[in-house]
Design a protein around this ligand. Structure first.
Ligand code: HEC
Ligand code: HEC
Length: 307
């Protein structure tokens, strides 16, 4: 009986038309700042061996595959060199790396800012559009969003609904008293990051695939992505980088290197208004955390975009 169910569900998924969706989320908004999760109190997602061998298990596996191999499996929705798991480490399981198990139970989420309820599907679409620079994101009822939602649901098995879990998001790292320095960040970058991400932030390719993801340039996240905020990048970096040595940088180093990375060009914000960086800055960046979009640094306008 099981194989039959499995085949028919997969067949159904494949048959679903991929619809053109309108831009669903108007920004990749920042979560409310939260403390870092302490090891002892962390939620434990299920392990792969607990996955049932049925249609549901098959769909979870499809979502997992899409999450870690996004560029290859959904090329029509990825406009850069990244996979979801590049920023949501350990297959979306790692605490303080925006784990999926902490995200899924928190949607739909009401946002006062735009008086709108954001669904989980819209959140995923936002990451496709901005972090993956993917153009029109997959429709809410597409096979891609379905599989990624099912994978997230599984990781969140037995988590309480609507309860903020320790380790959600990239816990806030307060801006140091000294602010940040792009010049100091360049130094940190050269010493601790370039070995993997390349002197020009270009990452490292093996054939067509990035073994080390790029941090700026045409294959990186775009100017609308949450990671373009210096505060968000500092939080990600502080907890997760250098890879395998999370929490080794000082807050100051994390802010400096985040500013350095986010002072470099990357694909344009897809919400660009009438070709004007200034109009786009005023509407979308002026109140979006700490960022350099539309500002002039050493005589150069940042946010011109790159293709
Ligand atoms: C360039 C880095 C990057 C990539 C690549 C990326 N994301 Fe994200 N993602 C973020 C950031 C930044 C946030 C906002 C986190 C915050 O504000 O603390 C986020 C938030 C999320 C959230 C909501 C988390 C929560 O707790 O509410 C989900 C779910 C998510 N991403 C899924 C995905 C999926 C699926 C993909 C691939 C299609 C993806 N992301 C690719 C950086 C990225
Ligand atoms: C040992 C190699 C290594 C070092 C050193 C390293 N990274 Fe990474 N970094 C990675 C890998 C690999 C990923 C993707 C993780 C994954 O897919 O599991 C990543 C992901 C990232 C990302 C998110 C994905 C993207 O492309 O935007 C950022 C930002 C980042 N690193 C910044 C830094 C910074 C800043 C430093 C230095 C403080 C640093 N990394 C040092 C290997 C490294």
């Amino acid at each position: 009986m099981k194989p039959f169910v499995l085949v028919s569900v997969v067949g159904l998924l494949m048959a679903l038309p991929i619809q053109a969706a309108t831009i669903a989320m108007e920004d990749q908004s920042q979560l409310v700042p939260r403390p870092a999760g302490q090891q002892a109190a962390l939620f434990q997602p299920p392990s792969e061996k607990d996955l049932p061998d049925n249609a549901y298990g098959k769909l979870v596996r499809q979502g997992y595959a899409l999450f870690v191999d996004t560029r290859r499996l959904a090329p029509q929705f990825v406009g850069n060199g990244l996979n979801c798991s590049n920023c949501h480490l350990d297959q979306g399981r790692l605490a303080n790396s925006a784990p999926l198990w902490a995200a899924y139970p928190m949607y739909p989420a009401y946002r006062k800012k735009n008086d709108k309820v954001n669904t989980y599907a819209e959140r995923l679409q936002g990451c496709f559009q901005f972090s993956m620079n993917g153009g029109t994101p997959p429709a809410a009822d597409s096979p891609e969003i379905t599989a990624l939602s099912v994978y997230s649901y599984w990781l969140a098995s037995k988590a309480p609904l609507g309860v903020e879990q320790p380790g959600r998001g990239y816990p806030d790292v307060a801006q140091p008293a000294q602010g940040y320095s792009i010049a100091r960040g360049a130094q940190v970058y050269g010493d601790q990051c370039a070995v993997c991400h390349g002197a020009q932030g270009q990452g490292q390719k093996v054939g067509d695939h990035y073994a080390m993801p790029p941090l700026w340039g045409k294959d990186s996240y775009n100017w609308g992505a949450g990671m373009h905020r210096i505060n968000t990048a500092a939080a990600f970096i502080k907890h997760n980088m250098p890879l395998g040595k999370g929490a080794s940088l000082s807050d100051q180093q994390a802010w400096d290197v985040a500013a350095y990375i986010n002072s470099h060009e990357r694909p344009q914000d897809p919400r660009l208004i009438e070709g004007s960086v200034e109009k786009t800055r005023v509407k979308f960046h002026a109140n979006d955390g700490v960022n350099l979009y539309g500002q002039t640094v050493e005589g150069v306008l940042i946010g011109q975009g790159i293709r």
